[in-house]
Design a protein around this ligand. Structure first.
Ligand SMILES: O=P(O)(O)OC[C@H]1O[C@](O)(CO)[C@@H](O)[C@@H]1O
Length: 538
């Protein structure tokens, strides 16, 4: 990959102020792309035609289209773990065959979907009741990372469609989390879902144990099993935990944790919104898959989202990107995308083990607008670092009676991208301050009110945040990660970088407990442990 050529092209293009590009009346149209009823506008960036052509050339040279076919058809593209990458099969609602090791995985996928739906509808209707009688009023999903963030994010996002039992999510090993969630619940009418691909994750297994004790204390050990379900690839381990086979919804190792909300890991979401709405969510993902698989690069929304990302990160060296949904119900989307993007593309070596020639994927962060405007947008507008912003907003809300609020929301979203691009010159700031200050003080005050402008942003607009649209948005970001990962030459589907901390935490627990001396630890770690133990009165 000729990253130097990209850097030069991007730097040259960035010499032209973004706003000047709109002298061409076709700019907005030509630097936008649609998928279904969704529009992605990347015209407020410095990307020019030459740069875009180079990006497409690099995309082709990296072999993204061929790799994409490999992914969809079950090739083992997760090479370090020897696994296929088939979250797309989970939303392949038509059941067209997808082969892994010579076997069609679709009958199993669709059977599991039907079983999940029968269970979810049973819980929703009260047909599947608590052992003591009475419908389940509350569901607690215990999981972390990919076994938490997806369904937790989507349950919030889908609030207008939530007509099932209340759903709660516990992830942190901090006992405060499960304590505070369980505090308000009645164990006799609570269903606990233990969600863990591996069923070994220490946080989840510890919380599951705590929940089991809580349930057993209230309803008796014999009845506790009736309050549990499990979502996992490890049937032996769910059985060992004591969860009945018909309460276990399994999936295969070709579904990565952070890509797993489309299958059993989405069970709590399905219980919240029902099988039909969950299938609409899957259909949205499937529609984005079809678009991604068939559209030419310039007409392909995930591809252009990815190429814009590469332009900003590897081309211009912008180390972070902000995801700014003007949609309160997407408040957990930035956290979800942090795992999706950073656990996937935060790698320092290429697939063949060589050190990466360019930076890996960016730091992803964000908050919903308009909240962020009153917090960190100061830095985005006037700070010395450039942060490409990814705005998103729905044309319509679910609150027609509050249409004026939605107008305000949209206006704020569009105003921010306009302000970032246009900025405010010193002359304009002076005019603003005239009459209030004069002389040197006017000059000083005016300088504080200058906005450099020329700051890039993109905007994704969708009709309304329905289950279908949420499915489209999540699949869009998954495919963006895929394209960027292939162009960087990395494996987006492993996560070895999380292992070292886990190993060290395991070794440190007996040191913190005072059972082992910890002499082999560094001075800082010994000091911290010592301080904590003294504070605990040990
Ligand atoms: O579903 P599991 O196996 O409990 O894993 C939870 C999370 O932990 C990780 O493995 C990271 O430690 C994530 O990739 C995963 O989503």
């Amino acid at each position: 990959m000729d990253w130097t050529r990209l850097e030069k092209a991007a730097q040259t293009a960035a010499e032209t102020p973004i706003i000047d590009r709109f002298a061409d009346s076709a700019r907005a149209r030509e630097f936008s792309v649609s998928a279904g009823e969704m529009l992605f506008d990347y015209s407020k960036t410095s990307m020019d035609e030459k740069g875009r052509a180079l990006l497409v050339e690099m995309y082709e040279a990296a072999g993204v289209p061929a790799r994409r076919e490999e992914m969809f058809t079950g090739a083992k593209i997760n090479e370090t773990e020897g696994r296929a990458v088939l979250h797309t099969a989970l939303r392949n609602l038509d059941g067209d065959p997808v082969m892994v090791d010579g076997k069609d995985v679709m009958p199993g996928v669709l059977d599991t979907l039907n079983e999940m739906e029968a269970f979810a509808e049973g819980i929703r209707s009260g047909r599947i009741a608590a052992p003591g009688g009475g419908a389940f009023t509350d569901v607690v999903n215990i999981g972390i990372g990919g076994s938490d963030l997806g369904p937790a994010m989507a349950t919030l996002a889908m609030a207008p469609y939530h007509d099932g039992p209340r759903c709660h999510y516990v992830s942190n090993v901090d006992g405060a989390h499960i304590n505070d969630v369980l505090l308000g619940l009645n164990p006799a009418s609570t269903l606990v879902i233990v969600a863990s691909k591996t069923f070994t994750t220490i946080e989840t297994m510890t919380n599951a144990e705590t929940a089991r004790n809580w349930i057993a204390r209230a309803v008796g050990t014999d009845n506790a099993g009736g309050h549990f379900a499990a979502l996992s690839t490890a049937a032996d381990k769910t059985a060992a935990f004591g969860i009945a086979e018909d309460r276990v919804f399994g999936f295969e190792d070709w579904v990565g944790g952070r890509y797993s909300m489309w299958g059993p890991i989405g069970l709590a979401l399905m219980i919240a919104i029902g099988g039909q709405a969950f299938r609409a969510f899957l259909a949205g993902g499937q529609a984005m898959d079809r678009h991604f698989r068939s559209a030419e690069p310039l007409e392909n929304l995930p591809v252009m989202l990815a190429l814009t990302g590469i332009w900003h990160n590897q081309g211009l060296g912008y180390a972070t990107r902000a995801v700014l949904p003007y949609e309160q119900r997407l408040s957990r989307l930035p956290a979800y995308l942090q795992q999706l993007e950073m656990e996937s593309n935060g790698k320092g070596v290429s697939m063949d083990g060589e050190t990466l020639a360019v930076h890996s994927g960016p730091v992803v962060w964000g908050e919903p607008g308009t909240n962020g405007q009153h917090a960190f947008y100061q830095l985005i507008h006037q700070g010395t670092r450039v942060v490409p912003c990814e705005f998103m907003v729905g044309a319509e809300s679910h609150e027609p009676e509050l249409a004026h609020q939605h107008r305000l929301l949209i206006s704020n979203c569009l105003a921010q991208s306009e302000a970032l691009m246009k900025g405010r010159t010193l002359d304009e700031a002076r005019v603003l301050m005239e009459g209030k200050f004069e002389g040197a003080e006017l000059e000083r005050q005016a300088r504080h009110r200058v906005f450099p402008g020329n700051r890039p942003s993109t905007t994704l607009i969708y009709p309304k945040l329905t289950p279908f649209v949420l499915g489209q948005v999540i699949a869009l970001y998954e495919h963006r990660v895929f394209v960027e990962g292939v162009m960087l030459g990395i494996n987006s589907y492993d996560q070895w970088g999380v292992e070292l901390g886990k190993e060290l935490a395991k070794a440190l627990e007996p040191v913190v407990a005072g059972e082992v001396s910890g002499e082999d630890k560094d001075g800082s770690t010994r000091q911290l442990v010592g301080f904590i133990r003294r504070a605990q009165g040990a």
